[in-house]
Design a protein around this ligand. Structure first.
Ligand SMILES: [Zn+2]
Length: 378
């Protein structure tokens, strides 16, 4: 009898303490004012010849972030259209928890490297990205981002440095990167932010690039072109409207036209998802991810009509230790908590769609995914 009383007492104490913790838990709630319909496309046969490869990277976009966005958009995302998924382990050669430099370099070059390396191996030698392979095969290449061009991921594909914060050196590498269509932000990084007084936009013009500082100029320019559409990152998703999507659409249009049967390779980044995960701002992170997903829908529509385009979507690493703890699917509302303002080592999803997509399965290292992508650039 005494024993039973003690058990009941212990159980009720536990219940009180759990309830107490529940009440203390402060969740961030979010629902979007702009839910959207996802695209309805038929995927071309997986054994069609692959001419074009489109690599889409959601910076910091783990399965937690995708799950949250799926609820916010009332239970649908264009990512749902991908028939093949896998998991990517993101650690780098000298750190368990990677950064966008090493994480993106593994995808761009097929080689794991050291923390903060950008387009260089762990021993600091330059390593070519998949865009260089494409150029050597006579394909056209493109990079479209929402961040500034000195940020790590676009540099992983176009530049080489052992330290991602050597931004003056990194920006200067764009002059000789050979990429045909570049669009993003960061004019100040080419000009007033520099310590050496160089104006890299002038050097790019001298190298043959059209330097487009407005959307209008970007839409009219022939290749090669660099669209630098903001002093730093592009405005946040809610303010920039469809600017990123239009920049991607122009890239698809002009690269496909100019590359003919040779095809093209593009890297499209939802760059600023990560920034707002670092800032633990779920609303801004969700709007960046939803803009990225809308762009995925545009890309799928284009690729379905083309029939020879492999589309892959992944992340360079996971950020924010996000947990989805409350919400309502019908109302598109989430209640979340962040456990960190930093990156973490949880594996990220890898999605593939289109010709060749059936090869992209399993649990793999990020560098192995990079080599698999490159094997379809041929
Ligand atoms: Zn980050």
């Amino acid at each position: 009898m005494k024993k039973i009383t003690l058990i009941v007492l212990a159980a009720s104490l536990l219940a009180v303490s759990c309830k107490h913790k529940e009440e203390e838990k402060v969740l961030q709630y979010y629902e979007t004012p702009n839910p959207y319909e996802i695209v309805d496309v038929a995927m071309p046969p997986v054994d069609n010849e692959v001419r074009n490869v489109i690599i889409m990277i959601g910076d910091g976009m783990g399965l937690e972030q995708v799950s949250c966005a799926w609820v916010v958009n009332h239970g649908k995302l264009n990512l749902d259209r991908f028939p093949t998924v896998g998991l990517s382990r993101t650690y780098c050669t000298n750190e368990l928890i990677t950064d966008s430099g090493a994480g993106g370099t593994a995808l761009s070059s097929g080689m794991k490297t050291g923390y903060s390396h950008v387009g260089t191996a762990a021993d600091s030698t330059d390593i070519p990205s998949v865009l260089v392979k494409a150029q050597e095969l006579g394909k056209k290449t493109g990079v479209v981002v929402t961040c500034h061009f000195a940020d790590a991921t676009p540099c992983d594909f176009c530049c080489h440095n052992e330290y991602r914060y050597n931004q003056d050196d990194l920006i200067a590498d764009y002059v000789t990167c050979g990429v045909d269509y570049l669009a993003g932000g960061g004019l100040d990084w080419f000009t007033v932010n520099r310590k050496d007084g160089r104006d890299i936009t002038k050097e790019m013009a001298a190298a043959g690039y059209t330097v487009a500082l407005t959307e209008d100029a970007l839409m009219k320019a022939e290749l090669p072109v660099i669209g630098i559409l903001a002093p730093d990152n592009l405005p946040v998703a809610m303010e920039r409207g469809d600017l990123y999507r239009r920049s991607v659409a122009r890239g698809l249009d002009i690269l496909s036209r100019e590359s003919g049967d040779k095809g093209f390779v593009m890297m499209l980044e939802g760059s600023c998802i990560d920034d707002w995960l670092h800032g633990n701002d779920i609303g801004k992170a969700m709007e960046e991810l939803l803009d990225f997903d809308r762009t995925i829908g545009d890309v799928l529509q284009w690729a379905a009509a083309d029939g020879h385009t492999l589309v892959v979507v992944t992340a360079d690493h996971n950020t924010g230790a996000l947990t989805l703890q409350d919400g309502n699917l019908e109302e598109g509302r989430i209640g979340v908590a962040f456990g960190s303002e930093s990156h973490n080592g949880i594996a990220v999803p890898f999605y593939a769609w289109g010709p060749g997509s059936d090869a992209f399965t399993g649990i793999r290292e990020n560098d192995e995914w990079g080599r698999l992508i490159a094997s379809f650039v041929r």
